[in-house]
Design a protein around this ligand. Structure first.
Ligand code: NAD
Ligand code: TYD
Length: 357
């Protein structure tokens, strides 16, 4: 009988948050980890390169699709997995607007496939209490807030507005149903916007950093007054760790940074920090690069997370302030042009053209 949390299968472990989590887990717990990742445009084996060298015994990388049931079955069985942490997803709202089909396939059908495989794996072992299926989700499932609305709690009704958030909401509902109907020991966490190292330069913060370094325009959608709550990615990883260790099966937790800010203020702050950190910039001050562009269709106005439950039940709270986390992130991109420059491929330029024209 397993005591739990000894052998992990991490889906999407070559992506932004997944690779940060693999790093956190191996450095903290040293137990074996199998990463299953399809290496889509957002997945990058280089995100794990140093870890594969440092933890050759503990870390196994498998390139494959979460929708490949025979593959998932064999990974669960062969590695005697007791904990599945599910990050794999199509994750970018703008791409979901251009083409929603992969979002349904991976986020909904893929999650269903994982649930089925994990359910049969759990049943085959006599339904041990210690197994865990941890589903990593987003605050976007709750929809949009007005400036004066209270923050989302775990009881806020779902009201997703984009194909991305609708696909994540669907997967959350499936995970909930597998717990409610079959008793599968699941966990769900809904987190606010993350930022930090290894973030693909399509999301607001890494795109703005890379564009500042290249002297390119910083595109701000609409009036720039949309508000997000930002969390440093390592704080998110610590929260998932705490939930895995301490939360009751079937529970859900909101995770956030208590750091609400408008997009315009955020990018202004990032510009000022960049100007202070980087000696050679093609354009200075970086604020001169800020450019207002057409709004995203259906753009949610504000997200905010009430994180009292995870604080009160499990003792977690964010440790890295927005100012500190942004400075660390900027410094990481300044130190790692070898990481981000190869990502600016012809496919990336084509995506950029489609979104920004
Ligand atoms: P990401 O796009 O950087 O990484 C996704 C990873 O999943 C990539 O490595 C990709 O190759 C892999 N993947 C995609 N489709 C796959 C498939 N069919 N099979 C196997 N692997 C596949 O995403 P991220 O920002 O790291 O987000 C990770 C998870 O966290 C997602 O579920 C996302 O919804 C959630 N989340 C993200 C944020 C955020 O701010 N980035 C906030 C809250 C929740
Ligand atoms: P993003 O990083 O795509 O995350 P999400 O849509 O999941 O919140 O966007 C964060 C905010 O920044 C969101 O309000 C949209 C806005 N945004 C811009 O203004 N310009 C951009 O080029 C991008 C990518 C996002």
């Amino acid at each position: 009988m397993t005591s739990g949390l000894q052998r992990l299968l991490i889906t999407g472990g070559a992506g932004f948050i997944g690779s940060n989590f693999v790093r956190h887990w191996l450095q903290t717990h040293h137990t074996p980890v199998v990463v299953l990742d399809a290496l889509t445009y957002a997945g990058n084996r280089a995100n794990l390169g140093d870890l594969e060298a440092a933890f050759p015994e503990q870390l196994t990388f498998v390139q494959g699709d979460i929708g490949d049931r025979p593959l998932v079955d064999s990974l669960l069985q062969k590695n005697n997995i007791d904990t599945l942490v599910h990050f794999a997803a199509e994750s970018h709202v703008d791409r979901s607007i251009l083409g929603p089909a992969p979002f349904i396939q991976t986020n909904v059908v893929g999650t269903f496939t994982l649930l089925e495989a994990f359910y049969h794996h759990w049943q085959g072992q006599g339904q041990p209490d210690q197994l865990r299926f941890h589903h990593v989700s987003t605050d976007e499932v709750y929809g949009s807030l007005s400036p004066t609305d209270p923050a989302f709690t775990e009881l806020t009704p779902y009201a997703p507005n984009s194909p991305y958030s609708a696909s994540k909401a669907s997967s959350d509902h499936l995970v909930r149903a597998y717990h409610h109907t079959y008793g599968l020991p699941t966990l769900i966490t809904n987190c606010s916007n993350n930022y930090g190292p290894y973030h693909f330069p399509e999301k607001l913060i890494p795109l703005s950093i890379v564009n500042m370094l290249l002297g390119k325009a910083l595109p701000i959608y609409g009036d720039g007054q949309n508000v997000r709550d930002w969390l440093y990615v390592v704080d998110h990883c610590r929260a998932i760790d705490v939930v895995l260790h301490r939360a009751q099966p079937g529970s859900t937790y909101n995770i956030g940074g208590n750091a609400e800010i408008s997009n315009l203020d955020l990018i202004g702050l990032l510009c000022d920090q960049m100007d202070a950190l980087a000696p050679d910039l093609p354009v200075r001050p970086s604020r001169d690069l800020i450019t207002f562009v057409s709004d995203r269709p259906g753009h949610d106005r504000r997200y905010a997370m009430d994180i009292r439950k995870i604080h009160q039940d499990l003792g977690w709270s964010p440790q890295v302030t927005l100012e500190m986390g942004l400075r660390q992130t900027l410094q990481w991109y300044l130190n790692h042009p070898d990481w981000w420059q190869p990502l600016l491929t012809a496919a990336y330029q084509q995506f950029y053209q489609e979104i920004y024209g």
